[in-house]
Design a protein around this ligand. Structure first.
Ligand code: ADP
Length: 260
């Protein structure tokens, strides 16, 4: 449950290798950062884990399941994007309830197609089962958005939108939470607050989290362990202290700020 094992992952795009020799052993409950400059392959690594990209070769396991042939929605990964990717025409509650309700409807075999539900949602005739109402309100309370439940997401601040995105991922009770530069659209002060919020939630839920960032200070202050990437490869994996005290290349010394 919840661990992520990557072996010999490689990814080519039209003959160009953008990831090679990626090996990672991320433990259950760990807060793990992928850190490196823009273009080094962090997002592609994450998209391979989530199932949005197919690796050219290599294996990816979540728990003891090889996920290579599973669709993204079968991998039990929750994802939070830099751009939030919320539904702007839906309110906060509906954004968080959406995937959960579709999962329930599919289980109940009542609706064969999610499209029926989406049309109902657009025409505002959806009534949620009580247990979904409760679960969504619980999670909204957890991310301190209760009073905003009926607002459109477009009426919210960046930090609030990011918390909706987090709630939407968490409500599905994923084994692994994947976050791609979740704080980079926020101003500095909010970024610091959100660091604390994310870390508090991650520690409360003990959810395995993979956090992509190009910001070394963010990674160093938040992560249990960090993989530093450059040009599609991993240069070093270690705790913030390991990287700071024993950088294995001048690049890492420079990147984590120990070479001055
Ligand atoms: P990072 O997240 O570290 O900024 P990415 O994983 O987004 O890096 O990108 C790594 C490299 O792969 C970049 O050179 C990027 O241009 C390339 N790349 C990413 N996605 C695609 C794609 N769909 N097609 C072609 N090249 C891509």
């Amino acid at each position: 449950m919840g661990s992520v094992l990557i072996e010999q992952l490689r990814k080519d795009f039209s003959g160009l290798t953008v990831l090679q020799d990626i090996n990672l052993d991320i433990k259950e409950g760990e807060f793990f950062a992928l850190l490196g400059p823009s273009g080094c392959g962090k997002t592609t690594t994450m998209r391979c884990i989530a199932g949005f990209e197919t690796p050219t070769s290599g294996t990816i396991k979540i728990g003891d399941k090889n996920v290579a042939n599973l669709a993204p929605n079968e991998r039990n990964c929750g994802m939070v994007f830099q751009s939030y990717a919320l539904f702007p025409h839906m309110n906060v509650f509906d954004n968080v309830a959406y995937s959960l309700n579709i999962k329930e409807l599919k289980k109940s075999n009542f609706f064969k197609k999610a499209g029926v539900y989406t049309r109902m949602l657009n025409s505002k005739i959806v009534k949620y089962p009580q247990h979904i109402e409760r679960k969504v309100m619980d999670i909204l309370e957890y991310v301190e958005l209760t009073e905003h439940a009926k607002k459109l997401t477009s009426e919210l601040s960046g930090g609030q939108q990011q918390r909706v995105a987090l709630a939407r991922a968490l409500v599905m009770e994923p084994e692994v939470l994947l976050m791609d530069e979740p704080l980079s659209n926020l101003d500095l002060k909010l970024r610091h607050t959100m660091r604390n919020t994310i870390r508090r939630i991650q520690q409360d839920l003990k959810i395995t989290t993979i956090f992509v960032t190009h910001d070394q200070e963010e990674a160093m202050s938040m992560a249990d362990r960090i993989a530093v990437m450059k040009d599609g490869k991993i240069l070093q994996v270690g705790t913030p202290t390991d990287l700071y005290s024993n950088p294995n290349t001048p690049f890492i010394a420079d990147f984590v700020g120990t070479s001055n």
